[in-house]
Design a protein around this ligand. Structure first.
Ligand code: Z5A
Length: 212
């Protein structure tokens, strides 16, 4: 089973993925955890370019194709083998991030992005996508505090530096895209304690696993 987590920055994706991984492993599942950008060796090189503050001169089209290149490599080397081995694989962001950030956020056509993603994912769309939803003011505050604590503002801060309008468009884009893909998405209010959020996620994941 292939599960992805989506949402604006600081929604708690990483925190929730750790809780879910521990829970699934304790329940006897074999679980792999991965992320985008940067889930493969080549992807880690692309991540440096994509998230560094020095990349402010990147064009929208270049950014798009680097995310798609990262994804194609990630699917081929990591996701497809894990799915074929019968594991649960959880990815922190995936193709929906491109549709929402480069589409609803930057203004590229979501329908075209869906088609380009079809090439990159080569049949491996997620079985379940957990969208963590939060007010961008709260999410960004969490993400910036974390980046300052970890001293990662220069290395990984390019998106945090975007305007609040951009993050609001992304949040709305996620909600629109989730409504158009209800068979795959669950939307969870991320403005709760980590335990409260996890209780909701666990319920949805168990439901999905039992229906397979
Ligand atoms: N991007 C794109 O444009 N197109 C694409 O196709 C793809 C990505 C794949 C990757 O950023 C950027 O690339 C992303 C979109 C773009 N940028 N933006 N925006 P990333 O991988 O570096 O970062 P991220 O994915 O946005 O995640 P994040 O900032 O690391 O946040 P998170 O994983 O969702 O949250 P967290 O690390 O679990 O929590 C953040 C902090 O909040 C941390 O200190 C926690 O302890 C705290 N936290 C967590 N949960 C809570 C609750 N419930 N209450 C209070 N505090 C909490």
């Amino acid at each position: 089973m292939f599960i992805t987590f989506e949402g604006i920055e600081g929604t708690g994706k990483t925190t929730q993925i750790k809780l879910l991984t521990n829970f699934l492993k304790e329940s006897g599942h074999e679980v792999d955890v991965t992320l985008e950008p940067g889930g493969s060796r080549i992807g880690r090189e692309l991540r440096k370019i994509l998230l560094n503050m020095d990349s402010t001169d990147i064009t929208g089209e270049c950014e798009l194709f680097l995310y798609l290149a990262d994804r194609a490599q990630h699917v081929g080397q990591v996701i497809k083998p894990a799915v074929e081995a019968g594991k649960v694989i959880i990815s922190d962001r995936f193709a929906d991030s491109t549709i929402v950030y480069q589409g609803y956020g930057r203004g590229l056509d979501p329908k075209l992005l869906r088609e380009l993603n079809d090439v990159a994912v080569s049949g491996h769309w997620p079985d379940l996508t957990v969208l963590l939803d939060i007010d961008p003011e709260i999410g960004l505050k969490r993400a910036m505090t974390r980046n300052l604590q970890d001293n990662k503002m220069q290395e990984e801060g390019r998106f945090e530096a975007e305007s609040i309008d951009f993050h609001s468009r992304v949040r709305e884009g996620y909600l629109t895209w989730a409504a158009l893909n209800q068979e795959r998405f669950v939307v969870i209010n991320a403005d709760q304690t980590p335990d409260e959020i996890f209780t909701e996620i666990k319920e949805k994941v168990v439901e999905r696993l039992q229906s397979r």
